[in-house]
Design a binder for this molecule. Sequence first.
Ligand SMILES: Nc1ncnc2c1ncn2[C@@H]1O[C@H](COP(=O)(O)OP(=O)(O)OP(=O)(O)O)[C@@H](O)[C@H]1O
Ligand SMILES: [Mg+2]
Length: 449
Amino acid sequence: MRVTDLALNDFRSYRELVLTFDRGVTAFVGRNGQGKTNIVEAIAYLATFSSHRVAADTALVRRGTGGAVVRAKVRAADRDTVLEVEIVSGRANRARLDRHPTRPRDLLGRLAVVVFAPEDLELVRGDPSARRRFLDEVIVQLRPRMAEVRTRYDRVLRQRVALLKSAGAAARAGRSMDLSALDVWDEQLAEAGAQIIAARADLVARLRPHVAAAYREVSGYGGASGGGDGANTNGEAGADPAFMGDQGDARIDGRYSLVGAEDGPQPDAAVLAGVTGPDTTDPELAARQRAAFEALESDLTDVDRNAERLLAALQEARSKEVERGVCLVGPHRDDLALALGTMPARGYASHGESWSYALALRLASWRVLRDAAEETGVGDPVLVLDDVFAELDSRRRKRLATMVAEAEQVFLTAAVDEDVPDELGGARVDVSAGSAVPREAPGERDDDD
Ligand SMILES: Nc1ncnc2c1ncn2[C@@H]1O[C@H](COP(=O)(O)OP(=O)(O)OP(=O)(O)O)[C@@H](O)[C@H]1O
Ligand SMILES: [Mg+2]
């Protein structure tokens, strides 16, 4: 799929902007602060209703105005659809589909966008919440229905925690409190939580091989089985895990709170030992643990069993929860463990490795969405690379350029032309002081369209 037209009104620094795009690469080039990221942020917003830069939509509306409009024409499977969202400060979004008013959520799933941006270093270095958000955003793009399940889960969780807190306070004050309301929240938490856990387990399994492959492709690291283009080269600033010998594969694993839950369900003690135990440096043991873990992961894709297990775990944990006033079990406590060889990426990976890892996660999600295009019906997602190339050395730039050449449409931003690899070709748009001017009209270029 691709975006053929984009129109912005009062979005970020743009009073009005109209652009048309071809398939392939479009690079926005301009000095810092000129409004490059603002454009790609607008495109991504239409796909997810969220920004990769801010949690609240207020910052998206041009200062001094009351609302912003983002409109795009999307071509997928030879059909054009016009998506429009109006962001009104302090109020719910309004949406239009082919110019007819509709619910915002009906726009979800019609445009798939994967964004890689500097903020993504958080995926490797930040809190588990960044990684949960990463998984959940891909899940919603795969299955838009899950957006509502997540919202429901968050709401039930908040209400349950509030109740736990007041129960805890009552207990400390020596008063007793009727806890039967908790049973209702438990049921609802288990119902929504079970679906989230299942979706994450399924996604992690799908992502895993793509993350390993993308990391190898970006870093040039040859992988445990060799291959690649000159593995473990020294002399590239802090990027190739030369010192890791042949153990530098990127490997992701879900850390599901349900599995490790204290007094929670213990599906298989041997598996649990593998999952929650320290990562081993013994390759044979590591392989056994992985196999056991993957079996468990596939088991976790069973929604009904998850719900039963969650309920049981919640019941087990209840007295502790009341004591501490927190909800101890559920997908809000999941994490995604990122390993490089035998070491966790967080705390061990260098800057270059962390960057490559974050990029590999995004590229993997893009490939998963692309592979799922038939089931989701949205088609090959649009790829956005915000300020990526400046961080990479020339070899890595070349490799990344080759990887993204597979995409039907790629938007990227760069401060100067030299940061865009020559291999990429495509269109250039000069961005300066709130205006964006295509360097040559689309159509004048050779195009495979
Ligand atoms: N809501 C808003 N209203 C008006 N201007 C805004 C708003 N939000 C951001 N801006 C302005 O937009 C500019 C930043 O644009 P953007 O982040 O797209 O820059 P950029 O070209 O990507 O820069 P860099 O190369 O540094 O990443 C800033 O000057 C900022 O003040
Ligand atoms: Mg920027």
